[in-house]
Design a binder for this molecule. Structure first.
Ligand SMILES: [Zn+2]
Length: 237
C-alpha cells in the first residue's frame, strides 16, 4: 500500500518536472506553450462574443425600427412572422452584374387607372427597362393561390405563405415553367420574368416602364388588407 502511494507521488513529481505520459513516446511538456495557447483561445472567444453581440444588437435595432414604421399596419407578432418568412428580395440580381433594380417608398401614392385608388405595394424598377431580363423569385415558402391575367396587375402570381400572408407579384412578362394554382414554392424559387404587362385586356404591354409591383396582404375580418412592404424589402435588398 505504502509502495503504491510512493510510486503515485513519484509519477506526479515526474509530470510536474516536464514529462507526461507513459512508455517510450512520452514527450517533454511545454507548460508556457500551453499557457500561450490558453491566452489565444481566451482572446478568440472574447472577440467572437463581442462580434456576435454587435450583430445581435444591430439586428435588434433594425427590428425595432421596422416595428416602429409598421406598428399602425400590423402587430409585433405579425412583423416578426414577416421578418422570419421573407428570406430574399423578390428580384434576382443580374448575373452579368450590369443592370440593377431600385425602389422607393411609393406605397399609398395616388393611382387613377381603373378608378381613384391608392398604390397597394412597392414598384421595383429595372435600370434597363427591358421586359424579360430580370428574374422574379418568391420571397418566402408558400403555395401558388392565384395565377393569370388581371386588368390592373397584368400577368400576376399570388402566393400564400404557411403563416397566411399573401404575396402578390404583378406586371410579369412570363411565368416560369410549371407555375400553376396549388404548386408549392420555396423562397428563392424563380416565378417568372419581370415585365410591363397590365392596364388593359389580356396581353396589354408597354403602358408603363418595366417593373415588378410587389404587394403583401393579410386577412383582416375576412378581407384582404394590404400593408407596406417597403421596410421589409429594405431588410433583404
Ligand atoms: Zn405598383
Amino acid at each position: 500500500m505504502t509502495g503504491i502511494f510512493i510510486s503515485g507521488i513519484m509519477q506526479r513529481f515526474h509530470s510536474a518536472n516536464g514529462r507526461i505520459g507513459r512508455g517510450k513516446n512520452r514527450k517533454p511538456y511545454n507548460g508556457s506553450k500551453g499557457r500561450h495557447f490558453g491566452k489565444y483561445l481566451f482572446g478568440i472567444i472574447v472577440v467572437v462574443s463581442i462580434l456576435l453581440q454587435m450583430y445581435w444588437v444591430r439586428e435588434l435595432q433594425e427590428q425595432i425600427a421596422i416595428c416602429k414604421n409598421m406598428e399602425k399596419e400590423c402587430s409585433v407578432g405579425e412583423i416578426k412572422t414577416l421578418l422570419r418568412e421573407i428570406e430574399c428580395f423578390p428580384v434576382r440580381e443580374d448575373i452579368h452584374k450590369k443592370e440593377y433594380c431600385y425602389f422607393d417608398n411609393g406605397y399609398g401614392a395616388a393611382r387613377t387607372y381603373g378608378g381613384k385608388r391608392s398604390h397597394e405595394g412597392i414598384d421595383i424598377m429595372a435600370s434597363n427597362n427591358q421586359a424579360g431580363y430580370f428574374q422574379i423569385q418568391s420571397v418566402s415558402n408558400g403555395v401558388v393561390e392565384q395565377i393569370g391575367w388581371l386588368p390592373l396587375g397584368g400577368y400576376r402570381i399570388g402566393i400564400r405563405s404557411d403563416s397566411g400572408f399573401y404575396y402578390y407579384y404583378a406586371h410579369m412578362d412570363t411565368y416560369a415553367k410549371g407555375m400553376k394554382v396549388g404548386k408549392k414554392v420555396t423562397s428563392g424559387e424563380v416565378l417568372g420574368m419581370m415585365g410591363n404587362t397590365g392596364y388593359g385586356k389580356e396581353g396589354t404591354k408597354g403602358k408603363f416602364a418595366v417593373h415588378l409591383h410587389f404587394g403583401i396582404y393579410r386577412q383582416v375580418k375576412g378581407r384582404e388588407k394590404s400593408l407596406n412592404p417597403y421596410y421589409l424589402l429594405e431588410k433583404v435588398a
